[in-house]
Design a protein around this ligand. Structure first.
Ligand code: PLP
Length: 403
C-alpha cells in the first residue's frame, strides 16, 4: 500500500508526522520558539539560497515565517485535502481575508454566494470595498444568476459548502467550470463539510479554506484557519502572511494536530447524529421546517448526496411560536450549551437572529433570510438517543406553552 492509497483516518493519524520524531517521541513536539539560529554564515547562506529557489522550508528562521509544529499540521491537512500544499492561519477569518487580499486588486470583481458567513460578507462590503474591489451576491443554487453576474473584471468566485445557516450545497464542478471559463478562480470555504465529507479540489476548486476552529480542531478550545491548494497559490499566501502576520502559536498548532487525528472518527459520529436529529425534528409537530442536506425535503438533497460522504453535524430548523417560542425551547434544552460555533465534541445551540444578527432589525434579517424562529443546532459527539430525548422534552415544554 502506497502512502496515497491510505484511507482517511490512517492519513489523519500519520500524515505530516516526522518518523522518528525528536527524542523518539510518538507525538510531534511543541516547538515553542520565536526565532531559529544558524551554525555559521555558510549555514545561513545555504538556507537563504534554498528559500530564493522556492524550496519549502525544512528549518526555521523566524516565527512569522513558519514553525515545525505548524508545518506538521499543514502537511497533514494537505494530505487530507489532496492538496499540493497548505498554510495555517491564526483563525478562519484570517485565512479568508488573507486569501482575498492576496488575489484581488483594485478594480477586480468578486462573486459570493448569498448564504455565507456573516463576517465574510462584512469584510467584502467594508474593507475590500474601500480597497476598490466590488462584490456581487448571487442566490444559492441559481446558476443562471451566477453566470449573469460575471463581469470582464471578475477574478474570483467564493462559495461555502454546505452554507450557513441553511446548509445549501452547490455543484462545485459546475461552479469551477463557470469560473474557469471566465478566467476566474474558485475558492471554497469547506468548514461545514471537512475533507472527510468532500475534497473540493477534486471537484475543480482552486483553493479550499477552513475555519479549523470548528471540526478540524474539534474540541471548542482553539482558533485557527487553513488554506490548501496548488503550490503556486499557497506560495503567494505564504508571502502575504509573512507581511500580515496571521500565524498561530505553536501550542495552538499542537492542539489542532491532536484534534485532526480523530477527525474521521468524530465526523462519522457527527454525520450520524446530525442525520438522526434532523429526522427526529422533521417528524415533530412543534417544528415548522428543518434544513438539513441529508433530508429529501432539502432543496439541494440531490447535489448533497452526489457530492458529500456525510451531511455534517449542523441542523437548522424553525420552531413554531416565533422569537418567544424559540427562546422557551432553547432555555428548556439540557444538553447543548448556548453559544456560537460548531464542530466541537460538545453540542452547541443558538438562535441566529440573536447570536449573529442581533444588530440588524427584523426587516434586515428577513432580507437576508434569517427568521426569528430559526435555530441552529450544532451536534457534538454525544449519543444520538440522548440528544433526541433532550430535544423531545424541550419541545414538549414549548407545546405546553403554545396550547
Ligand atoms: C467560523 C467560520 C468562519 C470564521 O472562522 P474563525 O476561525 O472563527 O475565524 C468562516 N467560515 C465559516 C463557514 C465558519 O463557520
Amino acid at each position: 500500500m502506497t502512502q496515497e492509497q491510505r484511507r482517511f483516518s490512517t492519513q489523519a493519524v500519520h500524515a505530516g508526522e516526522a518518523r522518528p520524531n525528536p527524542y523518539h517521541a510518538v507525538t510531534t513536539p511543541v516547538v515553542q520558539t520565536s526565532t531559529y539560529t544558524f551554525e555559521d554564515t555558510a549555514d545561513l547562506i545555504a538556507y537563504k539560497k534554498a528559500s530564493v529557489e522556492g524550496e519549502r522550508a525544512t528549518r526555521g528562521e523566524y516565527g512569522r515565517y513558519g514553525n515545525p509544529t505548524a508545518w506538521a499540521v499543514e502537511q497533514k491537512v494537505a494530505v487530507l485535502e489532496g492538496a499540493a500544499d497548505c498554510l495555517l492561519f491564526s483563525s478562519g477569518m484570517n485565512a479568508e481575508t488573507t486569501a482575498l487580499l492576496s488575489f484581488l486588486s483594485p478594480g477586480d470583481h468578486l462573486i459570493l454566494t448569498q448564504d455565507c458567513y456573516r463576517k465574510t460578507r462584512v469584510f467584502c462590503n467594508s474593507l475590500l470595498h474601500r480597497y476598490g474591489v466590488e462584490t456581487s451576491y448571487v442566490p444559492m443554487g441559481d446558476y443562471a444568476a451566477l453566470e449573469a453576474s460575471v463581469r470582464p473584471t471578475t477574478r474570483l468566485i467564493f462559495t461555502e459548502i454546505p452554507t450557513n445557516p441553511y446548509l445549501r450545497v452547490m455543484d462545485l464542478a459546475r461552479l469551477a467550470e463557470l469560473a474557469h471559463a471566465h478566467s476566474a478562480l474558485l475558492f471554497v470555504d469547506s468548514t461545514f463539510a471537512t475533507p472527510y465529507n468532500i475534497r473540493p479540489l477534486e471537484h475543480g476548486a482552486d483553493l479550499v479554506l477552513h475555519s479549523a476552529t470548528k471540526y478540524m480542531g474539534g474540541h471548542n478550545d482553539l482558533l485557527a484557519g487553513v488554506a490548501a491548494g496548488p503550490k503556486e497559490l499557497v506560495k503567494t499566501l505564504r508571502e502575504v502572511q509573512s507581511m500580515l502576520g496571521g500565524v498561530v502559536d505553536p501550542n495552538c498548532a499542537y492542539l489542532l494536530l491532536r484534534g485532526l487525528k480523530t477527525l474521521g472518527l468524530r465526523m462519522e459520529r457527527q454525520n450520524e447524529n446530525g442525520l438522526r436529529v434532523a429526522q427526529f425534528l422533521e417528524a415533530h409537530p412543534a417544528i415548522e421546517k428543518v434544513y438539513y442536506p441529508g433530508l429529501p425535503s432539502h432543496p439541494d438533497y440531490e447535489a448533497a448526496v452526489r457530492q458529500l460522504r456525510g451531511f455534517g453535524g449542523v441542523v437548522s430548523f424553525e420552531v413554531k411560536g416565533g422569537m418567544e417560542g424559540v427562546a422557551a425551547f432553547i432555555d428548556a434544552l439540557r444538553l447543548p450549551l448556548i453559544g456560537p460555533s460548531l464542530g466541537g465534541v460538545e453540542s452547541l445551540v443558538e438562535q441566529p437572529a440573536l447570536m449573529s444578527h442581533y444588530e440588524l432589525d427584523p426587516e434586515q434579517r428577513k432580507a437576508i433570510g434569517v427568521s426569528d424562529g430559526l435555530v441552529r443546532y450544532a451536534v457534538g459527539v454525544e449519543d444520538a438517543e440522548d440528544l433526541i430525548a433532550d430535544l423531545a422534552q424541550a419541545l414538549d415544554r414549548v407545546g405546553t406553552l403554545n396550547s
